[in-house]
Design a protein around this ligand. Structure first.
Ligand SMILES: NC(=O)c1ccc[n+]([C@@H]2O[C@H](COP(=O)([O-])OP(=O)(O)OC[C@H]3O[C@@H](n4cnc5c(N)ncnc54)[C@H](OP(=O)(O)O)[C@@H]3O)[C@@H](O)[C@H]2O)c1
Length: 233
């Protein structure tokens, strides 16, 4: 069943072919929002989404490719994530430089809102995850850049820092939302991360916020509706 919302803008999803990105696309389509995906592999995007979305092929290393992709979009949601310690899919190339390039080209082309999947513990340089190419430090640099560029008048951002990611349907767990990067462990479904970034497009309370999010309890709860979390003031 598709649900319509007041939000009518077109949204570019970067990292759309990833596990969280696929959920971002699904939840946008659920709300009847037009989607363009930015992917390095057209066939992969086509096999996942068919004709339901626009596809723009390009590289996150190319400012020109990104500029073409963001043109005409009202918002961008990035679910990009590195997958190797070095090279073009490294934390430096993807989580930091790729996101920073995407932020800059989006601002240049008049994008009004930018949603970013980051990570819990992103401010903790001593976290063991940093052994993987300094991934948390790179994400932190990208976050800082996004906050700087998108907190000016006429633009907004939402940064979601999830705990460990799991697969599964959205809206099955009550969520615990926190600020200040005080959480150390916890899990959340990728689908709920996607849901939060999608509703942030029209939820004023989620604008210009950076928050961590995990499941409040691991057991599934039935009958949860859209507002199954309390966003921080
Ligand atoms: N795993 C966890 O427990 C965890 C916890 C907290 C935060 N996170 C973060 O959450 C985010 C989403 O995670 P996920 O598990 O959904 O990630 P994922 O499935 O690995 O998806 C990553 C996406 O990034 C794209 N990508 C990677 N390298 C690229 C490059 N060089 N150029 C263009 N695109 C590139 C991938 O494209 P292709 O499909 O073409 O490969 C894919 O679409 C990531 O930033 C991750 O670090 C993860």
């Amino acid at each position: 069943m598709n649900v319509t919302t007041a939000y009518k803008g077109k949204v570019l999803v970067a990292g759309a072919t990833g596990k969280t990105g696929q959920w971002v696309v699904k939840r946008l389509l659920h709300y009847g929002i037009p989607v363009r995906v930015f992917s390095r592999e057209r066939d992969k995007a086509l096999s996942l989404f068919g004709e339901s979305v626009e596809i723009v092929t390009g590289r996150i290393q190319s400012a020109t490719d990104i500029a073409d992709a963001v043109k005409g979009c009202d918002a961008v949601i990035s679910a990009l994530g590195s997958s190797s310690v070095s090279g073009e899919s490294s934390p430096g190339d993807v989580d930091r430089d790729g996101v920073i390039r995407l932020v800059d080209e989006s601002a240049q082309k008049g994008v009004k809102h930018f949603g970013l999947v980051s990570s819990m513990a992103v401010t903790k340089w001593y976290h063991p995850l940093n052994l993987f190419g300094g991934v948390l430090l790179k994400k932190w640099e990208a976050e800082e850049h996004l906050r700087k560029v998108f907190s000016i008048e006429g633009r907004s951002y939402t940064i979601v820092r999830p705990g460990g990611l799991k697969d599964g349907e959205p809206l099955c767990h009550k969520l615990h939302v926190d600020v200040g990067d005080r959480l150390w462990s916890g899990w959340i479904n990728r689908s709920d991360v996607a849901e939060l970034l999608v509703v942030a497009l029209w939820l004023e309370k989620a604008k210009n916020k950076t928050f961590e999010v995990i499941n409040e309890a691991e057991e599934k709860q039935v009958g949860l509706e859209q507002y199954y979390y309390t966003l921080p003031e």
